[in-house]
Design a protein around this ligand. Structure first.
Ligand code: UD1
Ligand code: CA
Length: 452
């Protein structure tokens, strides 16, 4: 089939500079959800009709398989599909989707395409409150006669609660012919795609209607209120999928996945965590409350404690991170690493069983195994112009409040005394310290307040 995605509408009610279809839902643009679903159906041609904010839309979608049809000015849905016609293969049917109806399921569309094999099929729903939608007008025998838009409908037609979702599948060659016959003689002075239904009926084409399994599939986004409603639905779907795969969620209503979250069995996620980009939680990993994980891999059995922030990082199996830890891009932790509160790590590799349990900054460092990084230790990796690496061998013990002024190497098994400012390499298996000698002044007296 051909697939046409209509996305030229202005989206005035979003009150935004961003074109409507680029507003993010579950971390990606609305229209990207539709494109993703469309690709599942393996269309021969995939065409996006764009208009408002066209350049921004083109620039932000990485879609080499997409044909772009500009609609300028926007004279209605029928006019929009007309712009796509030159891109469509004549011998296969055409499926119309909306760029602002992001949660439509591929299974539903397959059902619609199947129903269109004998002619034309429309996806419809019955709504308790059909206001605003085009109504499906049926003849005495119950067949579809036409679609009438709300603004053109009579009072009696407005009572009809079966509405047009806008999603339909049609025979392409006939579609071209019908579109050519549309007029804009209606309340909105637009070329309505919905008017092709009346023409198809007149031509004796079989018209079937199909319903989605759930009404949320056909919900559109016209405002930020609706966007937020759809976000909750999308997140509930994410949560359900994860739980069905064996993930335990403290509260499925307090989970936000803005990208792809892949989980092993027996993973546990506490409340109010945000997952962005591609995150992998391996078997039995646990994420405490209020954590943000972006493009991260968390090893099996690792525990991320409350309020930790992890981005572009890998955490080894059985490691314990946080609470209040920050792993910045380029952090790679081996197995059983402990990173405690107020520890920041950037662009560093830390091998198995090393610990930095309190208040430390480790940047541009390579740290061996079983290293103990004392509280208040920092790598001075930046001289104001350039960055340098710190290399710390296996089994090193770094006393509290140590500054490692990079570039510097700490040999394996070395011990650095507390308070050391290390500016030269420290030899292996040796105590190194830089510290003013402690003195005690005998007979010294505290000053007393002067008498006036
Ligand atoms: C349309 C249908 C209506 C249906 C409703 C479902 C028509 C005439 N009416 O109404 O029967 O119940 O959708 O939501 O088709 N678009 C363009 N170019 C245009 C106009 C619209 O690309 O010139 C795109 C929009 O970006 C949007 C979609 O088409 O994705 C629907 O447009 P919208 O204005 O929301 O249609 P409605 O008037 O609500
Ligand atoms: Ca609409």
């Amino acid at each position: 089939m051909n697939i046409v995605i209509l996305a030229a509408g202005q989206g005035k009610r979003m009150h935004s500079h961003l074109p409507k279809v680029l507003h993010p839902l579950a971390g990606k643009p609305l229209v990207s959800h539709v494109i993703g679903t469309a690709r599942h159906l393996l269309p021969e041609r995939l065409c996006l009709v764009y208009g408002h904010g066209g350049d921004a839309v083109r620039a932000s979608l990485d879609a080499p398989d997409l044909a772009w049809a500009q609609q300028e000015p926007q004279l209605g849905t029928g006019h929009a599909v007309m712009q796509a016609l030159p891109h469509l293969a004549q011998e296969v049917p055409t499926l119309i989707l909306y760029g602002d109806v992001p949660l439509i399921r591929a299974e539903t569309l397959n059902g619609l395409l199947h129903a269109a094999q004998e002619g034309l099929a429309i996806l419809t729903v019955k709504l308790a409150d059909p206001a605003g939608y085009g109504r499906i007008v049926r003849d005495a025998a119950g067949g579809v006669a036409r679609i009438v838009e709300q603004k053109d409908a009579t009072a009696a037609e407005r009572q009809i609660c079966e509405v047009n979702t806008g999603i339909m599948a049609l025979p392409t060659a006939r579609l071209g012919e019908w579109l050519g016959r549309l007029s804009n003689d209606n309340a909105q002075q637009e070329y309505y795609l919905t008017d092709v239904i009346g023409l198809a009926v007149a031509a004796g084409v079989t018209i079937r209607t199909v319903h989605p399994q759930s009404d949320w599939e056909v919900l559109g986004v016209n405002s930020k209120v609706q966007l937020a409603e759809l976000e909750r639905i999308a997140q509930r779907l994410n949560a359900t999928r994860l739980m069905e795969q064996g993930v335990r969620l403290a509260d499925p209503a307090r989970l936000d996945v803005r990208g792809g979250l892949e989980c092993g069995r027996d993973v546990f996620i506490d409340v109010n965590c945000v997952f962005e980009g591609k995150v992998v939680l391996e078997e039995a990993a646990e994420v405490g409350p209020h954590c943000v994980l972006k493009n991260a891999r968390i090893g099996a059995g690792a525990r991320i404690n409350a309020f930790s922030h992890i981005e572009d990082a890998v955490v080894g199996p059985d490691s314990v991170i946080g609470p209040f830890a920050r792993l910045r891009p380029g952090t790679e932790l081996g197995a059983g690493v402990h990173v405690g509160n107020f520890v920041e790590i950037k662009n560093s590799r830390i091998a198995a069983k090393s610990k930095a349990n309190h208040l430390a900054y480790i940047g541009d460092a390579t740290v061996g195994s079983r290293v103990n990084v004392g509280a208040g230790t920092i790598t001075c990796n930046y001289d104001g112009a350039n960055k340098f690496r710190t290399i710390i061998g296996d089994d090193v013990f770094i006393g509290s409040d140590t500054q490692l002024v990079a570039p510097v190497v700490v040999g394996r098994g070395a011990t650095l005394g507390a308070g050391t400012t290390l500016t030269r390499d420290a030899p292996p298996d040796t105590l190194t310290l830089s510290r003013a000698r402690q003195i005690s002044v005998a007979g010294w007296k505290r000053p007393e307040k002067l008498k006036k």
